[in-house]
Design a binder for this molecule. Structure first.
Ligand SMILES: Nc1ncnc2c1ncn2[C@@H]1O[C@H](COP(=O)(O)OP(=O)(O)OP(=O)(O)O)[C@@H](O)[C@H]1O
Ligand SMILES: [Mg+2]
Length: 113
């Protein structure tokens, strides 16, 4: 199993959720985070023309644990749903997951995710 950790634009959350739903991935975590990438935030022009720097920008983190076989499909769906082509589109990390346990039944492994 793998955990897909996708950092996306907040306004793309609904599209990403729908894309994952369509593939049958229902379980997920959503966390509102602040972060920065290669550009280290953005600089806006203030009212009096001064430069105002925003170091950390609001993003949404989507976490989905799925079977190894599903990773490529999920990554493709998240990428398609969240891309605008502009800087700040986000990033996807894939992390190994050792075990999953459904608390109610005690089921383990892929049947539990
Ligand atoms: N190396 C990283 N480690 C952890 N989180 C990261 C990393 N890079 C980016 N992030 C997270 O992803 C968010 C979006 O990053 P972003 O899309 O700006 O990446 P980028 O590498 O700067 O690519 P781009 O040039 O397309 O903007 C960041 O705000 C941060 O939350
Ligand atoms: Mg960036």
């Amino acid at each position: 199993m793998k955990k897909i950790e996708a950092i996306i634009r907040p306004e793309k959350l609904n599209d990403v959720k729908s894309a994952l739903e369509e593939l049958g991935f229902h379980g997920m975590n959503i966390t509102h985070v602040t972060g920065r990438g290669a550009q280290r935030g953005i600089v806006h022009q203030g009212r009096s023309g001064e430069a105002v720097a925003y170091d950390m920008l609001p993003k949404v983190k989507v976490e989905v644990v799925i079977s190894d076989l599903s990773v490529d499909r999920a990554v493709e769906a998240i990428t398609r749903a969240s891309r605008t082509g502009n800087i700040g589109d986000g990033k996807i990390f894939i992390i190994p997951v050792e075990e999953a346990i459904r608390v109610r039944t005690g089921e383990r492994g892929e049947v539990a995710v």
